[in-house]
Design a protein around this ligand. Sequence first.
Ligand code: N01
Length: 486
Amino acid sequence: MPANGAPSVLIIGTGFGGIGMAIELRRAGFRDIVLLEKAADIGGVWRENTYPGAGCDIPSPYYSYSYEPKPDWPMRFSLRADIQEYLRRTADKYGVTGLIRFNTEVTAAAFDADRGLWRVETATGATYEANVLIPAVGQLSRPAWPNLAGRERFTGPAFHSAEWDHGTDLTGKRVAVIGTGASAIQFVPLIQPKVARLTLFQRTAPYIVPKTDTVYRPWQHAMYRRLPRTQLAERAFFWGLCEFATVGLKGNRAITKAVEWLSAALRARQIKDRELRAKLTPDHPAGCKRVLFASNYYPAVAAPNVRLETGRIAEITPGGVRTGDGVEHPADVIIYATGFRTTEFLGPMKVLGLAGRDLREYWSDGARAYLGMSVPGFPNMFLMYGPNTNLGCGSIIYMLERQARYIRQAVEHIAAGTSYVDVRPEVADHFDAEVQRRLARSVWSMCRSWYREDGGRVSTNWPGLVSEYDRRTKTLDLADYQVVVR
Ligand code: N01
């Protein structure tokens, strides 16, 4: 149990990572905790992504904190507003909301070894100091805009799916959507009935499998409330299903072939036009990009007011999008569903460790961290949802809880009189080599995706099952760290 309120902890971000971390520390008795949040509300991606139909494709009984089951989720695959509300309520319940400094964007952080303190600068000019720094800023927080010529010349409204412009009414408009990833496949079916014409620019066809959604009935809510184990069973089922799917992503082709078959069966059932079906047929192994869940996407693409354009985009013109064949596709509105800058962990922050070492330089040939959390030369800093902790299938909240548990142990060691702990470079290097060796055999090394750096390194994904991550992060081994005592 900490004495004298020490150590002090600064958490950056109030998505599931930051809030979960603060809860873990408070439950362990720590009180000197501050969370810095750039926006005016909590929620991370669930606050930012307000596009029509935004929701989670991991079932809610699994996509929730293990210690905070919610018996009354309206649906199995919850929509963003319900998920954000769940996070808000959980933060309130565990006394975290009052610890948050809103509208406080961190711009830089530097470690002062003499004082064993991180000094953090913010866009407001306010500075903060703490013994421990925990960036929990996510992998999907910064929209990626495509580098297309003429983008600024377009005269109509244009916005990114993660920054949806609710002031633009799409009714009766000619709309161009660029990108066919997880975001696009959620909002395309919702905007298709109201627009006059939708041109959907697909660079790579994704694998889509049916979404087994369900609206929970009152009797189910009552059952989950009275017999919590029934909801736990649903959680366990999806945990097991994802572990099984991950065996495929790790390299078992029989499993990924089954996913390919499932997706082909959905196309055969929902797309009657052979030419369109061919265009929608992926040309990479399933799982190498994220497999998507939707039962309403293919029918929307097959609707008469939709055109699926697979030609290369040559440029954006003042009035639309021109493809490589010279054809201009007129549009009143362009929506960029082009994803996130996933491999630029910690985004624009300048982070300086021991002897002024710059994190960006250390990561110049790819982000890496021991167990996704600790970076040598950056003592007392622990990342949540850091490099190589994303999943092809599974609940990130499960991973975040493991990270919170591990980091809490580090904080306990620091509370016990240690000035700082710094992961040993050889430990971190050995771990990174192992992770990369394993990822090279996985399906993620077989195509270009947001999981990979430009050079090909897979820097986002965990190479194993979540049960392995659970085991390896259960107990912090101090032998992995250089420990500097005051
Ligand atoms: O982004 P993406 P997203 N010209 O990177 C295309 C999570 N998420 O926002 O595949 C033309 O997947 C790009 O084409 P290609 C989830 O983890 C979850 O959709 O690179 N096209 C692709 O089609 C997800 O994986 C949920 O060839 C260009 C698309 O844009 C992650 O967020 C919902 C292009 C980008 O797809 C990201 O999903 C939403 C260009 N220059 C998000 N540049 C759920 O839980 C890019 N593209 C359901």
